[in-house]
Design a binder for this molecule. Structure first.
Ligand code: IDP
Ligand code: MG
Length: 140
């Protein structure tokens, strides 16, 4: 898997608020290319699997409920230094701490309903992309 890719989701709060297009525009304006994209809705079980790394955290059950509460848009993105640059573009997990001009600062509702996901490593970017997209569903 290329190391110049990352994975994002437009989370249920941003989808419901009609911010998908504005967020994708910010992502493209920052130089990312969309290599796979679809709207779907997670079951609580699938949300639990996606966030399994957090299963011991106190917010895990709430997070799985929230992430399965409505449609999301899953996206594979490509750019040099994709993982790090995308984390910079989205800002801190808690929008109260996110830098001005970041996606979470502009669109997030709370630390949980924080508009977008961003992979934290090249390895997880590949795993997360493969969670949503088969080889035939993404640019190889
Ligand atoms: P990240 O999305 O910035 O990488 P993580 O620590 O990986 O943040 O947490 C995954 C997701 O879990 C967050 O994006 C957010 O939706 C939720 N979350 C993280 N910390 C909290 C918390 O303290 N309370 C409620 N939800 C949280
Ligand atoms: Mg994370």
């Amino acid at each position: 898997m290329a190391t110049n890719r990352t994975f994002t989701m437009i989370k249920p709060d941003a989808f419901e608020a009609g911010n998908t297009g504005a967020i994708l525009k910010m992502i493209e304006n920052a130089g990312f290319k969309i290599m796979a994209m679809k709207a779907t809705q997670l079951t609580p079980q699938l949300a639990g699997k996606f966030y399994e790394v957090h299963k011991e955290r106190p917010f895990y059950a709430d997070l799985c409920g929230y992430m399965s509460s409505g449609p999301i848009v899953a996206v594979i993105l490509e750019k040099d230094n994709a993982v790090e640059d995308f984390r910079t573009l989205i800002g801190a997990t808690n929008p109260a701490n996110a830098a001005d001009g970041t996606i979470r600062k502009i669109f997030a509702k709370s630390i949980e309903a924080n508009a977008v996901h961003g992979s934290d490593s090249d390895e997880n970017a590949a795993l997360e992309g493969n969670f949503f997209f088969s080889q035939a569903e993404r640019v190889s």
